[in-house]
Design a protein around this ligand. Structure first.
Ligand code: AMP
Length: 275
């Protein structure tokens, strides 16, 4: 595996790779969720490129940019064992210049839910993903459904800007206790982790209610909020939307996403369920 730490090194290495390319962009502190994306990319492409870049423009003032977990040695090992061809780890200085041309997330999909709670977050995500897709020029780029709104916005960007890459959605990977894997889970104390399990539990409750025949989204949300309120420190949102991220009053099978964002202690966690 070649590790490229500058854009120049990356461009030279990229030129050598011929054939179908799969790309997995990450912020590092890799876990089995990331690994599942890498493995899918391995199965579906001739070569795999992974990037690790903690993108400053997607963090708001006061968020965890400075303390975002870094595990460079372990990450390299995971990528190498997984058969990654190039690991791209650029610096912020290399990726950004002063007075940049910016991308703005679309008005509806980009400014509800996480876009409302973290204004500007998705502008930064789109900016860095556009840069990475242009540098890597992959056939397929892999994104987790765990970040449902991000996945949806990136798919829209690829469509609106006629990008060449096929955006591939990947299923959420969970720990054995049900908690969705996240690099931020390491912030949780043992007690907080137990409380955080109310997040997947609220989604499971939603599933049970829907299976029982109840499709009214307000009733489902209220049941979820009851579970969360007993455990989490604060709820950012519990929302039920269609695939266009518009709120819906009745569950639409194969077109619904149920989303939760909540703080447990200081740690903000997100999770969701695609129906
Ligand atoms: P991150 O490093 O958190 O920016 O995540 C990089 C990619 O991995 C994104 O496309 C995420 O949606 C995806 N990802 C993160 N956690 C999971 C998970 N538990 N299951 C599946 N994909 C994930």
């Amino acid at each position: 595996m070649l590790v490229a730490k500058t854009i120049n090194e990356f461009k030279i290495a990229r030129k050598e790779l011929k054939g179908i390319i799969g790309f997995v962009p990450t912020m590092g502190a890799l876990h089995k969720g990331h690994l599942s994306l890498i493995q899918k990319a391995k199965e579906e492409n001739e070569h795999v490129i992974v990037s690790i870049f903690v993108n400053p423009t997607q963090f708001l003032e006061g968020e965890d940019l400075d303390k975002y977990p870094k595990k460079e040695i372990a990450d390299k090992e995971i990528c190498s064992v997984a058969g990654v061809d190039i690991l791209f780890m650029p610096t912020a200085q290399d990726m950004y210049s002063d007075d940049e041309l910016k991308l703005l997330a679309p008005k509806v999909r980009g400014y509800v839910l996480d876009g409302f709670n973290r204004p500007g977050h998705f502008d930064g995500v789109l900016q860095v993903v556009m840069k990475l897709l242009n540098l890597v020029n992959p056939n397929n780029a892999y994104f987790g459904k765990k970040d449902a709104q991000q996945l949806s916005l990136i798919s829209q960007m690829a469509k609106n800007y006629f990008l060449g890459a096929n955006i591939v959605p990947c299923d959420i990977v969970r720990d054995s206790d049900g908690l969705a894997l996240s690099s931020r889970n390491i912030y949780l104390t043992k007690e907080e982790r137990t409380k955080a399990l109310s997040i997947p539990a609220s989604l499971q409750k939603a599933t049970q209610i829907i299976i029982s025949g109840e499709l009214d989204t307000n009733i489902i949300k209220n049941n979820m909020i009851d579970i969360l309120n007993k455990n989490v420190s604060s709820i950012d949102y519990v929302e039920i939307v269609n695939r266009d991220f518009k709120k819906i009053e009745k569950i639409e099978l194969k077109n619904t996403i149920i989303l939760v964002a909540a703080k447990v202690g200081q740690t903000r966690l997100i999770d969701n369920l695609w129906i």
